[in-house]
Write a protein that binds this ligand. Structure first.
Ligand SMILES: Nc1ncnc2c1ncn2[C@@H]1O[C@H](COP(=O)(O)OP(=O)(O)OP(=O)(O)O)[C@@H](O)[C@H]1O
Length: 272
């Protein structure tokens, strides 16, 4: 299964809260070619998770459309072409590591010899050989996130969605998981959208960082990350990276008023 490009076209989402209509996302448009790594950053409540949930087919826009490789997220999800890992690893506690990683195949009712081999391979790739029969409660937080990432990638999805996958980990573990995710992604560059609160994590992993602003949630700016891969962790201490981090933070606080070049959204162009 090859990776797929993203097409988000003027997506808005309203919620009814206590009889009031809240505009959580306002005409968000974004295009990304197959094999891109997109990081979504922005202040709390700006709609990052809402956008990710729509890409996962778990929610529908009030207006606008989302397509992944020409298909709706629902279609993608139904044929097992979506990989999802959220902050709480959300493993099934009664299932072993092996059984959790195998889960996406159980859902689509398929388990070929190649699938079985793939489960074994993913467990090895995330460094959990020897823990196949362990239960989630017997694992550390980092190991549980590794299982979640292995499960998200096992069916070779066309789109990988990550919502703060390392948010609950300490800084050292988070860094090493960032390295590990980069290695897995370089092994097979699947189109990825990751929500993160960590600006340097976004810079380390992404091709493009999408900075969102809040109330209502909009894309303030899309910033290309210029650093070639494979990126070493030492990149994060470099002056160039620090400067970019400061600019992205400023964009987040100012609601995207910095003049750093980058693509503009439909609403910025005033064509919505
Ligand atoms: N099911 C829902 N019903 C009502 N309001 C909702 C619902 N889901 C999200 N919202 C509202 O939409 C807005 C965006 O929420 P969302 O969780 O997408 O933000 P976020 O950027 O992911 O925030 P955080 O960084 O804090 O996780 C918030 O104001 C939130 O209260």
């Amino acid at each position: 299964m090859t990776s797929a490009g993203l097409h988000i076209d003027r997506v808005s989402r309203r919620f009814d809260v206590d009889g009031r209509s809240l505009l959580a996302l306002d005409t968000v448009s974004l295009d990304a070619p197959a094999g891109s790594f997109i990081a979504l950053i922005g202040p709390s409540g700006c709609g990052k998770s809402t956008l990710l949930r729509m890409l996962a087919g778990l929610d529908q826009p009030t207006s606008g459309e989302l397509h992944v490789g020409g298909e709706t997220p629902q279609a993608l999800q139904q044929r097992g072409a979506l990989g999802i890992a959220f902050q709480e690893a959300s493993l099934l506690p009664w299932r072993s590591v092996e059984s959790n990683v195998r889960f996406p195949f159980d859902v689509i009712g398929r388990m070929t010899r190649a699938d079985r081999e793939r489960v074994r391979e993913m467990i090895a790739l995330v460094g959990l050989q020897g823990f196949e029969q362990a239960l989630p409660s017997q694992l550390s937080g980092g190991m549980r996130q590794r299982v979640a990432i292995a499960r998200a990638l096992v069916s070779q999805p066309q789109l990988l969605l990550l919502d703060e996958p390392f948010g609950a980990l300490d800084q050292i573990l988070r860094r090493s998981m960032n390295e590990e995710l980069q290695r897995l992604w370089l092994n097979r560059p699947v189109t990825t959208v990751m929500v993160t609160h960590s600006v340097d994590e976004a810079i380390f992993l992404a091709d493009k960082v999408v900075v969102m602003s809040g109330r209502p949630g909009r894309i303030a700016r899309v910033v290309d990350i210029p650093f070639p891969r494979e990126r070493p962790l030492s990149l994060l201490a470099s002056a160039e990276c620090r400067k970019l981090e400061a600019e992205l933070l400023a964009l987040m606080f100012e609601g995207g008023t910095s003049d750093r070049s980058g693509s503009r959204t439909g609403s910025e162009r005033g064509d919505d």
